[in-house]
Design a protein around this ligand. Sequence first.
Ligand code: PRP
Ligand code: URA
Length: 212
Amino acid sequence: MKSTFENFTLIDHPLIKRDVTILRDEKTTPELFRGAVHRISNILAVEIGRSFKISETTVETPLERTAGYQLVQEVVLVPVLRAGLGMVSGFLEIIPDAKAGHILLQRDEVTLKPVGYYYKTPRNIDNSTVILLDPMLATGGSGSEAIKYLKDHGAKNLVFACLVAAPEGITKLMNDHPDIKIYGAALDRELNNKGYILPGLGDAGDRTFGTL
Ligand code: PRP
Ligand code: URA
């Protein structure tokens, strides 16, 4: 479903709505939180996969040769650590032959600017479909920084998959990277004065890994 933002596709699905409610609930344990992130990531992977290009091939069934299909482009998943790690298993379940890179960014709690610690992505991602995974798109600083790194390393076909997005973050990505499509499970109201998404779900990394 298209949202009011040209660059943002809100995945409107009853199962996503149920699972986003589980994520928002302050009483949800890390175990149940990770389960809901996994299931939403499954659905996001299916939806993002709609735009993948396929080519025809043939396949031998036990009975005869018939037409088949294969993905044209390699898929590279790039979670932004920590919280993006929770989305990897759900995407890999749907795209098991995807490769993965990792970017470790930490948002400075005062300036809200991302600080980069670690970057590792597969070589030659120029022709790959690169899916950046980060559950929270808040100010957009982390997302914008990660996209810049991936573009600097050759990525041309790049999408951003998140769970909860704030209008401020979507607008920043639209200004910094107008070519990037964002897919999300929820579009929330606004940021508070500490850069947290409202109503949101709190700190996604802490809730995923129980570090509250
Ligand atoms: C969270 C989240 C994003 C970032 C979003 O990470 O996973 O990476 O904040 O905020 P922004 O859009 O304002 O940049 P955080 O820095 O809290 O690290 P964590 O994953 O280790 O919790
Ligand atoms: N990062 C989070 O984990 N949650 C927010 O609400 C904003 C940034």
